[in-house]
Ligand binder design. Structure first.
Ligand SMILES: Nc1ncnc2c1ncn2[C@@H]1O[C@H](COP(=O)(O)OP(=O)(O)OP(=O)(O)O)[C@@H](O)[C@H]1O
Ligand SMILES: [Mg+2]
Length: 333
């Protein structure tokens, strides 16, 4: 049996590890899962603190994993351990800065990743930095969303990353830039291309881990609200389980090329965190009010990237949330 009272954060981590150790010994997936659940309950009953939330999140995410037929029990358990014991995210302020805009944006190496409709690459820059590169050229020319103009995904990535910082959601930094690359056919020539350069995240997509939005809602409600607020603000129409990741002990949203619709009208796509109504916490309301207070500054940044119509539609969503004290899917249903 696990202890049920803990008084400090070290004990919370100890409880998480203990639960994991016991899960490891279990012979079956169900046995492991029940040990983890027991650990979760023990932590939930323990003292209040923000670290407790984090520990719960780690354990909760683990509990939410489902075994898929092709995986061996050893693999699943290894994954658990990595998730449970990985430290909480501690990204420095420097990582939030637009580090790419000052460095040499020559792509030294690139490999294609993802099998979405866009061309997405993992690249190494001449500076040695690893990043995700989404060239405008690789975006489909036809309209994939009714109210989002094609070939504007890269700008939308930067706009979303900018707003994530305003509301304090951790998302990879994204910038709309021009990179240089050696032309593969004519090596003495350089190609210049516009696109989004996005900070690389070590982690796995929710789809590859079989983590569901309901797992986040149940075990890490604070994060669920944060991501929900974020997607409702940016009007994200593409939050499926390939577009959020688990890494560094946290849940990290990625892929914001199909956000910021120019109109708030029915559009059935993917809304993992914005498909149901919920009452906003005081903290979320404060974040929204803070956006309104800095409206002029925010518009100055966003209008050149995504245009006035998309920005107006965003304010419409923000105002509605402030007026009603709730987030709701009205803007896409
Ligand atoms: N910042 C990142 N750090 C690490 N891996 C990433 C990052 N962004 C994307 N990836 C990986 O690359 C995959 C594809 O990236 P992304 O989802 O941005 O584009 P896409 O799948 O081509 O677009 P879509 O599926 O929406 O058409 C992701 O599923 C993820 O595995
Ligand atoms: Mg994607």
């Amino acid at each position: 049996m696990l202890e049920t009272t803990v008084t400090n954060n070290e004990n919370i981590s100890a409880l998480a590890r203990k639960a994991y150790d016991q899960a490891k010994k279990a012979k079956t997936w169900e046995g492991a899962r029940s040990q983890l659940r027991e650990g979760f309950d023990a932590i939930r009953d323990s003292s209040e603190s923000s670290d407790r939330e984090k520990a719960l999140a780690n354990l909760g995410i683990v509990c939410g994993h489902k075994a898929s037929g092709s995986e061996t029990a050893a693999n699943i358990r290894y994954r658990f351990m990595k998730t449970i014991i990985s430290p909480p995210p501690s990204f420095s302020d420097a990582e939030h800065q637009s580090s790419y805009s000052n460095s040499d944006l020559t792509i030294a190496h690139k490999e294609k990743i993802g099998n979405g409709v866009c061309h997405t690459y993992k690249v190494t820059l001449k500076s040695g930095e690893t990043a995700v590169w989404k060239p405008v050229k690789g975006e489909p020319a036809d309209r994939k969303r009714k109210y989002i103009p094609p070939k504007t995904g890269a700008q939308r990535e930067e706009a979303a990353s900018y707003l994530a910082e305003w509301i304090g959601v951790w998302a990879p930094k994204a910038v709309y830039v021009t990179t240089k690359e050696k032309n593969s056919l004519i090596p003495w020539k350089e190609t210049q291309q516009k696109g989004a350069l996005i900070q690389w995240i070590e982690g796995k997509t929710a789809s590859s881990l079989s983590v569901k939005p309901s797992d986040i809602r149940e075990y890490y409600p604070q994060k669920y609200e944060e991501l929900s607020l974020f997607d409702n603000i940016i009007g994200n129409t593409d939050r499926h389980d390939g577009n959020w990741m688990i890494g560094n002990g946290d849940v990290i949203p990625i892929d914001h090329g199909y956000a910021f619709p120019e109109q708030n009208l029915k559009q059935s796509k993917n809304y993992d965190f914005a498909d149901q109504a919920f009452t906003l916490s005081e903290q979320s309301k404060t974040k929204l009010e803070n956006l309104m207070k800095h409206k002029a500054e925010i518009e100055q940044k966003l209008i050149p990237l995504i245009g006035g119509a998309a920005v107006s539609a965003m304010w419409e969503r923000v105002n509605k949330m402030i007026e009603t004290g709730a987030a709701s899917p009205w803007w896409h249903t």
